[in-house]
Write a protein that binds this ligand. Structure first.
Ligand code: SF4
Length: 361
């Protein structure tokens, strides 16, 4: 069982990224993921590779075509089925995955099919009941596995991540039942700030690991770069607790109340004020902690727009502005200092409205 983590430094800041990769590995990470979006990132990755022997995985979001350039420098490539449609829209996802498989085979890389709650392939939306978030993700993972199987490519694993621990448990149990031989990487996406982010992750991972499900894990935490190794330490504690049979406190449903969902940040984060913003959102909203509402805080436009759709209030960061949404509807873009005032107004309005409707105490 291996613990993974991901860098959050700018990939093109080679020195800072090497330092973070080494720190994560020294803390016990068996594999460190790095985001690569541009040719400049690829060149940085080449130089990072020269300076570390740590197992590296690369995270390709929209720009799947970079695979052949990054593959010589990494052990694994993670692709997200839900992001394959962004570029070359006239090309089918099967052609794109066929290309990824060719690259992985040529360069002796593994692949991860990384299915994420906020970026399910558009053609799958609408094929399932609107309130069924699990089936489209399971379907997406299943069809990609089948396709890789048909290509006779076996070096792959799957991740099925959601910000809701209960869904992570359900999805991974169902997937493991159907495909027991496919390795699973487990995690709760956008688990958020510690300690809440660790608690959420434990709620999902402890019962799965106790049932023998999962091969690698990550605890995705919203922390500043100098505390990044907390992800690895938290992962190791989970593994130690499961090995020692300390499972009891993690079972059951989380208490109803305000749920703050935050991405862990990565190289793509648009403004370094993101982690500070997430902490300020938590402080500002403490007064509402007994209300069963979700606030999502995301670091960039790659996953921000999609992953704030399901939240009651969502904030996603641009370079100078924070975009604020309510239940998927854009309310506007505000400066980093202004957005909290507007957030509080909207939160108060929402609490009053829900109380009137009787859906909040
Ligand atoms: S939302 Fe953006 S910054 Fe945050 S982890 Fe995802 S890709 Fe990285």
């Amino acid at each position: 069982m291996a613990v993974q983590s991901m860098t959050a430094t700018k990939t093109r800041d080679i020195d800072a990224t090497v330092v973070q990769v080494q720190a994560l590995a020294a803390a016990g990470a068996a594999l460190v993921r790095i985001a690569v979006d541009t040719r400049r990132d690829v060149e940085a990755l080449r130089q990072i590779r020269q300076q570390t022997s740590v197992n590296l995985s690369v995270d390709l979001q929209e720009n799947y075509r970079l695979a052949e350039q990054v593959a010589p420098y990494v052990e694994k490539i993670r692709y997200n089925p839900g992001h394959l449609h962004h570029h070359e829209r006239n090309k089918s996802w099967k052609d794109k995955v066929r290309y990824l498989v060719e690259v992985a085979r040529d360069q002796d890389c593994a692949l991860r099919i990384g299915v994420n709650c906020g970026s399910v392939a558009p053609e799958l939306r609408g094929r399932f009941e609107p309130d069924d978030a699990v089936s489209p993700m399971l379907h997406s993972a299943g069809e990609h596995c089948q396709f890789l199987d048909n290509l006779d490519f076996t070096r792959y694993c799957v991740s099925l991540k959601d910000s809701d621990p209960a869904r992570v448990v359900e999805m991974n149990r169902r997937f493991a039942e159907r495909r027991p031989n496919v390795p699973l990487h487990l995690g709760v996406t956008e688990a958020g700030l510690p300690p809440e982010g660790i608690v959420k992750t434990r709620r999902a991972l402890v019962p799965l690991l106790a049932d023998g499900i999962g091969d690698t894990i990550r605890v995705s935490l919203t922390v500043p770069n100098d505390r990044r190794i907390l992800e690895v330490q938290a992962g190791q504690e989970i593994l130690e607790d499961v090995a020692a049979g300390r499972l009891q406190s993690e079972s059951g449903m989380p208490p109803a109340g305000l749920n703050i969902v935050c991405c862990p940040s990565c190289s793509r984060v648009e403004n370094e004020a993101f982690v500070d913003l997430a902490e300020r959102v938590r402080e500002l909203t403490r007064y509402a902690q007994d209300h069963a509402l979700t606030i999502a805080v995301m670091g960039c436009r790659v996953n921000g727009p999609g992953e704030t759709d399901d939240a009651d209030l969502g904030l996603w960061c641009g370079p100078r502005h924070v975009h604020l949404k309510q239940s998927g509807r854009m309310l506007g873009s505000f400066g980093y200092d202004e957005v909290l005032v507007r957030l509080k107004e909207e939160l108060d309005r929402l609490i009053t409205q829900r109380q009137r409707e009787g859906s909040l105490p």
